[in-house]
Design a protein around this ligand. Structure first.
Ligand code: GLC
Length: 416
């Protein structure tokens, strides 16, 4: 096992290697562009040794903001043959080229975190952040439920969760045709989504293209519309942080406070009494997912504490089942796969959010346990994309930027 100092140096060198000037690729071949929430977390890593670079990471993401306020999940700053589906498939009609969907809005929280290092740069981001947050409410809560829905599994950032299976199952894939995946050239196919899932992902992209990525049409008619407890918790926290930034800059926080109240009230819709956890649900049918996921532990991160005791009890039950915390999917469920994308493996950034929320709400012992687990995972499996919860081996891509950033800013700090 490498020692702490070596791991710190290695983490820095990963960020430097993955740096493309103004943005950092998540990992060189598998994800060769700028990814939205990756950049937010990666900024925390940069901030440990290069503040200016941390701010650039975020500012450049907003150079790709759409007129609607949406901030895309991928920005295709360059061409890259190692990735599919590229800009020609998304046909987003924007410059710079981008995907047509968004990703969990963690940026405002990161900006607030960094604000004291450069209050002026933080202030300059308030308006774009406000526009993006408003977009989530108008474009992804068209039915006015006080919850945020995703229009594509990739919008959740937790691409391949069993939560999305029922809504994906009914999709018409007859027009998808043949295509060449690139991910399975680079990573063991046993760790990546099945072809049937990929067909459905592409059918949804096609729907967006057919509707010219029109928010109104997608928000109401998209064949896949699932309310996501993680995006909703992330946005709740981000709205609170945006309100704080506005307050510090003498701006009116009234409209943001109203949005916070809507989301806080709507959050209870995620509670699934049959599972005893916050679960995703299909916006149109109202049917909940039938198992807990790592997102079920994010309510405290959003400042929602109504079921805090049950949430900690659930974490305790999972901790008895796996050596490392927090698996992306319930390790007691038949569908749990410890090596396959978002059906079991652990992500360091999700752990960071869960631990931050638990620490805020008085469960500091569990927060520390999750941090130690993350530190041990990185020491065992390296700076992988994700980790097997049983043995700690790295899964998915290698030399991953956000895993390195989590080491530098959180998991490796005060390491014993
Ligand atoms: C995968 C993850 C997503 C992440 C991207 C780049 O698609 O599911 O959350 O942003 O990889 O790391």
């Amino acid at each position: 096992m490498d020692n702490e100092r070596d791991l710190g140096l290695k983490a820095r060198s990963i960020l430097l290697d993955n740096d493309r000037g103004d943005y950092t690729v998540p990992t060189a071949d598998l994800y060769p562009f700028q990814w939205n929430w990756d950049s937010a977390f990666v900024a925390l890593g940069w901030a440990e040794f290069d503040n200016d670079r941390a701010w650039r990471e975020i500012e450049v993401l907003f150079d790709a903001q759409w007129p609607s306020g949406m901030v895309p999940h991928i920005v295709f700053w360059t061409d890259a043959a190692t990735y599919f589906p590229g800009p020609d498939v998304w046909q987003a009609g924007q410059s710079p080229a981008s995907s047509g969907i968004s990703q969990p809005p963690v940026v405002a929280t990161i900006v607030r975190h960094l604000a004291s290092t450069d209050p002026e740069r933080a202030a300059a981001l308030i308006k774009p952040l406000d526009q993006w947050h408003q977009w989530w409410h108008s474009a992804r809560d068209a039915y006015d439920l006080g919850v945020i829905a995703i229009a594509h599994p990739w919008e959740s950032g937790r691409d391949n969760l069993p939560d999305w299976d029922p809504a994906l199952a009914g999709l018409d894939t007859s027009r998808v045709g043949t295509y060449q995946r690139r991910d399975t050239d680079l990573v063991d196919a046993g760790m990546r989504p099945h072809k049937a899932d990929y067909d459905r992902y592409l059918a949804l992209v096609q729907f967006g293209v057919d509707n010219r990525w029109d928010d109104e049409l997608i928000g109401r008619n998209n064949p896949f519309l699932v309310a996501d407890p993680a995006i909703s918790a992330v946005l709740l926290r981000a709205e609170r942080d945006l309100a704080a930034l506005m307050h510090d800059n003498g701006l009116d926080t009234g409209p943001v406070e109203a949005r916070i109240a809507r989301l806080a009230e709507g959050y209870e819709r995620f509670w699934n009494p049959d599972v005893g956890a916050y679960c995703a649900f299909d916006v149109r049918s109202g049917v909940h997912a039938d198992a807990a996921t790592s997102a079920s532990f994010l309510a405290p991160y959003g400042g929602v504490t109504n079921h805090l005791d049950e949430t900690v009890d659930l974490l305790r039950a999972w901790a008895e089942k796996t050596r490392f915390l927090v698996p992306s999917f319930d390790p007691r469920d038949d569908r749990y796969e410890p090596d396959r994308y978002w059906r079991g493996p652990i992500w360091a950034v999700v752990n960071y959010m869960i631990a931050t929320g638990l620490a805020d709400q008085g469960a500091g012992d569990w927060a520390e346990r999750i941090r130690i687990s993350t530190r041990d995972l990185i020491a065992t499996g390296g700076f992988a994309e994700s980790f097997n919860p049983e043995v700690g081996s790295g899964t998915g891509g290698k030399s991953f930027s956000w895993t390195a950033a989590m080491w530098l800013s959180w998991a490796g700090a005060n390491a014993a």
